[in-house]
Ligand binder design. Structure first.
Ligand code: FDM
Length: 209
């Protein structure tokens, strides 16, 4: 059996990640691929509930370090589930992951490497699709400004931090400016197919030995 594919969709707030992850799930399903969506922060776990309060209640204070470690701990709450799904041959789509963790916290001024270290050892995505606007259209999108981090100047700093990952071997930037939901969906699907094919070929080589 092929190991499932681990795909992370990343980006700033309001770049269409949630729309695209659910479309990807639908398309995987229609193609007969058994897939699961996990969104981070996963707000329903014990740690996720604290994170939800932190994000939605501006009067709820946490040091930047504590908040960062909670976001990381939230991923560790789900790490075994992700690993088990992949081993069972299921594809896992992540709506935000380690990269959001590092980008948002280092944009506040915490050292980049310090931010990365609590996430070391988590399952590594086969591909990270970074949804990017060349221009900052996300700040004009509906709903922007409701949560703690939705401030234009902060978003710019987060973007700079995200871009530090752009030379990683699993990183792909998807430019979303002036593209329809369908067009962005096609680009994401094409990237998925490349990775899925690579996994199948790796398995064939292995079974020929
Ligand atoms: N966020 C998300 C972080 O600051 N660190 C993290 O590790 C993760 C996963 O939480 F502003 C931020 C990013 C965003 C907020 O995310 C909530 P959603 O995607 O809007 O629910």
């Amino acid at each position: 059996m092929t190991r499932g594919v681990l795909i992370a969709i990343e980006g700033l707030d309001r770049t269409g990640k949630t729309t695209q992850t659910s479309r990807l799930l639908e398309r995987l399903d229609k193609s007969g691929v058994d897939a699961t969506l996990i969104k981070f922060p996963e707000r329903t776990t014990p740690i996720g509930r604290i994170i939800n309060t932190y994000l939605t209640d501006k009067a709820f204070e946490l040091s930047d370090q504590s908040a960062h470690l909670l976001f990381s701990a939230n991923r560790w709450e789900l790490a075994e589930k992700i690993r088990n799904l992949l081993e069972d041959g299921k594809t896992v789509v992540l709506d935000r992951y380690v990269y959001s963790g590092v980008a948002y916290s280092s944009a506040k001024g915490l050292p980049f490497d310090w931010c990365l270290s609590p996430d070391l050892g988590l399952p590594k995505p086969d591909i990270v699709l970074f949804m990017k606007f060349k221009h900052e259209d996300n700040v004009t999108r509906e709903g922007f400004g409701e949560e703690r981090y939705e401030v234009a100047e902060f978003q710019q700093r987060v973007k700079t931090q995200f871009e530090k990952f752009q030379n990683e071997d699993n990183w792909k930037t998807i430019y979303v400016d002036n593209k329809s939901i369908e067009e962005v969906g096609e680009l994401i699907w094409a990237e998925y197919e490349v990775v899925a094919r690579r996994e199948r070929e790796a398995l064939q080589k292995f079974t020929k030995l």
